[in-house]
Design a protein around this ligand. Structure first.
Ligand code: ATP
Length: 248
């Protein structure tokens, strides 16, 4: 399957400019800037409570910004979550958003959109799902459910896809199976992705760039290629050593 992208000449489809966002007036993420081009994958990494989910929620407009701005597909993101989703900014939550009592087919049917990706294209990336169309979603394994959640999101033909801990509760083998499919879809459909992931090496293996958050601040931001060869820097960032401290 494909390798990380070289989309360096294109302009960003998603830009987070110095955003600060939090809860009840208390910032959980401070001064975060990031940009993602069409077809690129940004891995958003960091320990528990670092602010990864908060960043995704702010990016889809579900949390108001305290300062800074988010621009997607050339327009500012505001609090109209459904409008942002219709414009192609889609969040796959860590709860997966599946209907457990319905079949795989019915889950997919509910996710179909008028100008979305057609089902056969999505089945091309996830042939196993096609063979389980009549199975009840609740009886699928965790990995299969995650595959379904991802397939559902792709049916909407997102231009910017935000994925919160796709690997939650999954074995590394299941994640290893899913992530290259995501990479291939992003390449072929020029979809920008922000991937929150706890399997650091697997995420860096398919990403173009990565940010490590620690206590809501950027501890490290670099190309994934650089970080694949500097895992020591990633680990230091998980323990809160900032870019400046790492350089000294
Ligand atoms: N609804 C909320 N109200 C108040 N504080 C919150 C709320 N949700 C999250 N927080 C706090 O914001 C901070 C960042 O949380 P967030 O969920 O973004 O972290 P995370 O990096 O996604 O963590 P994890 O890897 O554990 O999912 C944490 O200190 C968390 O306790």
């Amino acid at each position: 399957m494909s390798t990380p992208n070289d989309a360096s000449s294109a302009s960003p489809v998603l830009e987070l400019d110095d955003i600060t966002v939090g809860y009840g007036g208390v910032p959980a993420v401070r001064g975060l800037s990031a940009s993602v081009r069409a077809g690129e994958i940004l891995a958003l990494l960091g320990p528990n409570g670092a602010g990864k989910t908060t960043t995704l929620l702010a990016t889809v407009g579900a949390l108001p910004l305290m300062s800074g701005s988010v621009t997607a597909l050339g327009e500012p993101i505001d609090h109209h979550i459904e409008r942002n989703a219709r414009r192609g900014v889609t969040l796959v939550p860590d709860t997966r958003g599946l209907f457990h009592k319905l079949s795989v087919s019915d889950n997919l049917r509910l996710a179909k959109r008028k100008n979305g990706t057609d089902l056969d294209t999505v089945f091309g990336y996830f042939p196993k799902l096609k063979t389980m169309r009549s199975r009840q979603c609740g009886n699928l394994s965790g990995g299969e459910q995650q595959m379904l959640a991802l397939a559902k999101a792709l049916l909407a033909r997102p231009r910017v896809l935000l994925i919160d801990e796709m690997s939650l509760g999954l074995s590394p083998v299941a994640v290893q199976d899913l992530l290259p499919r995501l990479r291939a879809f992003a390449d072929e459909h020029q979809m920008a992705v922000v991937l929150v992931e706890q399997h650091i090496d697997l995420a860096l293996g398919i990403a173009d760039s990565a940010i490590v958050l620690h206590h809501g601040r950027v501890a490290l931001s670099a190309s994934a290629a650089d970080l694949r060869s500097r895992r020591d820097m990633v680990e230091a960032a998980y323990f809160g050593r900032t870019i400046e401290e790492q350089a000294s």
